[in-house]
Each structure stands twice: as structure tokens, then as C-alpha cells.
Design a protein around this ligand. Structure first.
Ligand SMILES: C[S@@+](CC[C@H](N)C(=O)[O-])C[C@H]1O[C@@H](n2cnc3c(N)ncnc32)[C@H](O)[C@@H]1O
Ligand SMILES: [Zn+2]
Length: 409
């Protein structure tokens, strides 16, 4: 196949500096800011790359496979280089690609520098053309990572051709202004869903992105399970396990519908069926969003396995060398998945307090009251001052009122 980048590993005629991330040490072009560099490397995306390595190991262990990894929008290839150094035993082959020649020169240099030339092949191609060509040559991958700058939508439809019949896919979207409702028309154009600019805007944005992924998968007869939804900094990153089976694809799209939010008590109803006339809680519907994913955002099993892999089970910990950028943050994010995997209620302290024109009670007290009455309370890191619960909105609002009243008396 054409397009393999095989030049000598020489550094291009540009200033450079050394960076490190995980176990990798590599050279990048020395520019004032990351956006001034003609090649793309964003150190803030270290967390994003951490999660790729984590889910690759989980997948490889669960299915007892050494993985073939494809990163068609690889930038200077740091995700692949880290994979080669930190999870070596779980990989059989890695393909990276970028259409920029300078970027390929830099990745080539760094792959040699890190001794990974036997594992990693570099292509210099248009990403979609590469994915279709690989498929035409019967090359299938267990893990495909789509990490463009901006919306991933132009690339999603071509992932399925090159994914193995059962595979792991991760898709990053950095255009959060569209997905979070600042530009609703842009969101509708790109993702086919109307977003919201309210207290659960990030939840809605993630669900609209998953719906776009699920619809694309289904067009190619893949169904999916959402394993993990990462909402961090300025991006969303979704991990899914996709399997090619027509019936499964049909079941998957049946989980796409709308969300309806009550303006009085902030209860959210997800409904993949017909539009309800009113909310049962207070009788009003204000915010309608979608089409969006009505299923779960996390898998309990996979997030539990992630905790074992990283923090609990000493045998699993010895099985890899993943060097997390910020392990406390990773642990918090994973805990949300384990404890809140199926929770649909999403409440934000500021919004409730603003509505009630009252102060904000402490989360510890809110959690205690909810748990006393048999409901769950799980902190979410999607937005500030927010939590997930299975409690009815009217009860959450009452607890806020009671607690703030008690604080005053
Ligand atoms: C956000 S960067 C990738 C960052 C990388 N995944 C990482 O973890 O550091 C996106 C890269 O995709 C490349 N790119 C954008 N559109 C492309 C296309 N259609 N085909 C191939 N490469 C493309 C750009 O040159 C850029 O290096
Ligand atoms: Zn209500």
C-alpha cells in the first residue's frame, strides 16, 4: 500500500525542545504556544492519552488478545509511542498516520529515538482514504482512536470498515461550544442533535456525540456498548465496544431519543419513544434536547476493571507500566463511572440555589439526606458543583430548601 513514511529519521530544520509524557521522552518543535507550532502536540491531552492506554489494556485482557492499534490522526504520534513503551505486552502492531509531512518527520524521529520502529508504521495519507485502503487490503484493527482538532464527524463513518468484527473505538470531540449549546445550529449540522445550554449541557453534549457515533456504527451494521464517557477540560472522549451484528445495531439505535427537563425541579426524563405531553413531577417541560443517546454513559464492569488495573489489584498493576499524568484525577473520574454508571438524574447546586434564591447546602449534607431516604448520590466531574442521583427532583429541591433553612435558623 502506498503512503508509508520511510524517510531517514532526521530532525527537520526547525528549533526543538524535549518533552516527556508517561514513559516517553520526545522532541517537539519549539514554538511560543502549541497553536504556533506547525505540528500538533498538546501536553494538556495527556489525560486523554492515559485513558486510551487504560482501555486498550482492559480490552486486551478481557479478550486475551494482543491488539492492532490504528491512530489515523496521530499528530506526532505520542499516543502510539506511549503505548509502545507502557503497554508493550498488549500490542502486536501499531499504525499511525498524519497528512502533514513535517508532522510525520517529527513522529518518525521520535519513534526511532524511543526504539519503536519494529512496532509502529507511519503513513502520510488523508485519514479517510487510509482507513478505506487498509480495509480494502483486509487490514483490521482492534483499537481505532479518532482524535482530530474539532469535530470527529467527518471521520466516524470510515472507522467501521477497518475495525475488527469486535473492537474498541475511542472518539474525541473538542468542539464543545457546539455540543454544549453555545452554537446549537452548528451542533445540529454536525451531529444531528439539538443541544441545551442549561445545567446538564455537558451531559447532553456527550449524549448527542454518542448518538452520532451509534447512528454511524449502525449504518455499517455495528452495535455498541458505551464503556466510558470522559468529559474533561475542553473536550469529550467516548470509549465504546462495537460488535458487528445487524440485530445488535438495531437494538443500539433503539436507545436514541430525547431528553425532557423540568424547569421547576430539574428532573430529566430520557425517552426513546414518543414525546411525553408533560413531566409527571411538576407537569411542565421546558428544555427538550436530541436526538441523543438515552442509554448509560459508563459500563460498571469496565470501570471496575479500570480501578483494579490502576489502583487496587496488585497483580493487575504489575501487568503494565502506564504512568498516569494525574492519578487522583483519573481515580475520581473512574469512581463516577463505577458508582454512577446508570444514574440519569443530574443536579447542579448553583442552578437549584438560584431558582430557590437560597444559599447552597454542603454536598455532604445533601448526600446524607438522600442516602437516609434510600437514594444514591454520586459526584459528577462533568460540570462544577454537580451530582448524579436516582432521587426525584422534587425531593432534591425539598432537601436543598430544608438544609438551607436549617443553616439559617
Ligand atoms: C489534534 S491533532 C492529533 C493529536 C494526537 N492524536 C495526539 O494525541 O497528540 C490532529 C492531527 O490530525 C491531522 N489531520 C487533520 N485532518 C487530517 C486528515 N483529514 N487526514 C490526515 N491527518 C489529518 C493534523 O495534521 C493533526 O496533526
Ligand atoms: Zn419537576
Amino acid at each position: 500500500m502506498s503512503g508509508v513514511f520511510e524517510s531517514e529519521p532526521s530532525w527537520p530544520d526547525v528549533p526543538r525542545k524535549t518533552e516527556t509524557e508517561g514513559l516517553a521522552s520526545f522532541e517537539v518543535i519549539d514554538a511560543k504556544t502549541i497553536y504556533d507550532s506547525p505540528t500538533f502536540f498538546n501536553p494538556a491531552m495527556g489525560l486523554n492519552r492515559d485513558f486510551s492506554l487504560i482501555f486498550m489494556v482492559l480490552y486486551a485482557k478481557k479478550f486475551s488478545k494482543k491488539l492492532r492499534m490504528l491512530d489515523p490522526l496521530a499528530g506526532i504520534g505520542i499516543r502510539a509511542i506511549r503505548a509502545g513503551l507502557e503497554i508493550t505486552d498488549y500490542l502486536s502492531e501499531v499504525v499511525i498516520n498524519d497528512y502533514s509531512e513535517l508532522t510525520c518527520q517529527v513522529s518518525n524521529y521520535n519513534i526511532h529515538k524511543n526504539g519503536l520502529t519494529d512496532l509502529i508504521t507511519i503513513y502520510q495519507r488523508e485519514a479517510r482514504a487510509l482507513m478505506l485502503d487498509l480495509s480494502e487490503n483486509n487490514k483490521k484493527y482492534h483499537y481505532v482512536d479518532i482524535d482530530p482538532f474539532g469535530p470527529p464527524t467527518p471521520f466516524i463513518d470510515d472507522v467501521w470498515a477497518t475495525l475488527s468484527l469486535s473492537g474498541l473505538v475511542s472518539i474525541t470531540a473538542t468542539d464543545t461550544t457546539a455540543l454544549c449549546g453555545v452554537y446549537p445550529k452548528a451542533c445540529y449540522r454536525k451531529y444531528g442533535g439539538i443541544p441545551l445550554n442549561n445545567h446538564h449541557t455537558h451531559e447532553t453534549g456527550a449524549r448527542i456525540l454518542i448518538s452520532a457515533i451509534a447512528r454511524s456504527a449502525a449504518r455499517h451494521e455495528f452495535g455498541l456498548e458505551v464503556l466510558f464517557t470522559l468529559t474533561a477540560d475542553h473536550y469529550f472522549k467516548i470509549f465504546i465496544h462495537a460488535k458487528k451484528r445487524r440485530g445488535y445495531a438495531t437494538d443500539t439505535v433503539m436507545d436514541i431519543g430525547y431528553s425532557y427537563t423540568c424547569p421547576e425541579c430539574f428532573e430529566i426524563r430520557y425517552d426513546a419513544g414518543s414525546r411525553p405531553d408533560s413531566m409527571e413531577c411538576c407537569g411542565i417541560i421546558s428544555d427538550v434536547a436530541g436526538p441523543l443517546w438515552c442509554g448509560n454513559l459508563f459500563s460498571k464492569e469496565w470501570t471496575k476493571n479500570a480501578r483494579n488495573l490502576l489502583f487496587e489489584n496488585s497483580e493487575d498493576i504489575q501487568d503494565h507500566n502506564i504512568k498516569l499524568q494525574n492519578s487522583k484525577r483519573v481515580e475520581k473520574l473512574i469512581t463516577e463511572g463505577i458508582e454512577g454508571w446508570d444514574l440519569k438524574g443530574y443536579y447542579t447546586s448553583d442552578t437549584i440555589s438560584k431558582k430557590l434564591r437560597l444559599g447552597q447546602p454542603s454536598f455532604a449534607k445533601v448526600a446524607e439526606r438522600l442516602e437516609e431516604q434510600g437514594y444514591r448520590f454520586v459526584r459528577t466531574w462533568f460540570t462544577k458543583n454537580s451530582f448524579r442521583s436516582d432521587a426525584p427532583g422534587t425531593l432534591v429541591v425539598k432537601i436543598f430548601k430544608d438544609l438551607v433553612g436549617e443553616d439559617k435558623s
